[in-house]
Ligand binder design. Structure first.
Ligand SMILES: NC(=O)c1ccc[n+]([C@@H]2O[C@H](COP(=O)([O-])OP(=O)(O)OC[C@H]3O[C@@H](n4cnc5c(N)ncnc54)[C@H](OP(=O)(O)O)[C@@H]3O)[C@@H](O)[C@H]2O)c1
Length: 231
């Protein structure tokens, strides 16, 4: 297994036995090319690619700095696209089963207020995953796109908040969820086993996902009302 992350954080993490740390920035195509060359020289095949790097920013459109738009879109969407662009041919060439997992978010479907950049980046990840699935009709690789609601992680530590109320609410939601990164990972691995396309994690996320498909405008109105109550 090769674990990709920015150099500093990766050095601080205890990886499982046999996992190789591969420090790099997912926004950098030269990094992906170097990683591919290195792994292809050593590994006979690639079984699974998981694109999970992500960052976020909260502010209404009209109030989010350009630098944040670029940071979020470049990391979440371009970073995922470059990972797919680099490794998809190898995944497709694998003679046994192979699988691609892309981490999106329930925000991709719901597009809550103040989360336009994050939602747009993750909606792009959903579209990218669906396009790849359409390009690989015989399931080589299988494609799974994950749309979780809140789970415990370090995501909010690097999140840009335009207003303290948004930060308080995000931290409150993350604090009360029963989902951990390990539980999400177990759910994702089970979905890979069953070759499921969509994994929506969390009861509320699943409920809202269904509602959005049945009644998109009502869902947007409901979300707007919840957001207004936050002040
Ligand atoms: N936690 C949630 O509630 C939630 C909900 C829906 C979707 N997600 C998605 O789930 C995925 C995993 O996030 P997480 O919640 O586990 O948060 P996390 O612990 O912050 O993990 C995200 C990882 O991405 C890394 N990263 C950020 N920018 C990078 C870059 N340019 N190059 C390489 N690595 C980079 C981060 O490195 P650093 O250690 O430097 O930050 C971090 O290790 C993300 O795509 C996130 O959007 C999370």
């Amino acid at each position: 297994m090769a674990a990709v992350d920015l150099a500093g954080p990766l050095a601080a993490v205890a990886l499982p036995a046999g996992a190789r740390p591969c420090p790099g920035d997912v926004r950098d195509s030269a990094f992906w090319a170097g990683l591919s060359e290195q792994l292809r020289a050593e590994w006979p095949q690639l079984d699974l690619l998981v694109n999970a790097a992500g960052v976020g920013a909260t502010a209404e459109v009209g109030g989010l700095p350009e630098a944040q738009w670029r940071r979020v879109l470049d990391t979440n969407l371009l970073g995922t696209a470059l990972g797919c662009e680099t490794f998809l041919p190898w995944l497709r060439a694998t003679t046994e089963r192979s699988h691609l997992v892309n981490m999106a978010s329930i925000a991709a479907i719901l597009a809550p207020p103040s989360m336009a950049a994050y939602s747009a980046s993750k909606a792009g990840v959903v579209a990218l995953s669906e396009a790849i699935a359409a390009e690989c009709p015989r399931g080589r690789p299988g494609v799974t796109v994950v749309c979780p609601g809140f789970f415990h992680s370090g995501l909010l530590d690097t999140w840009h908040f335009g207003h303290p109320v948004q930060q308080r609410e995000a931290r409150r939601r993350m604090a009360v969820t029963g989902w951990t990164a390990e539980r999400v990972a177990d759910r994702v691995l089970a979905a890979v086993e069953r070759n499921r396309r969509y994994v929506v994690v969390g009861a509320q996320a699943r409920w809202l996902w269904r509602l959005k498909r049945l009644a998109p405008r009502t869902t947007t109105a409901l979300i707007r009302r919840i957001y207004r109550r936050l002040g």
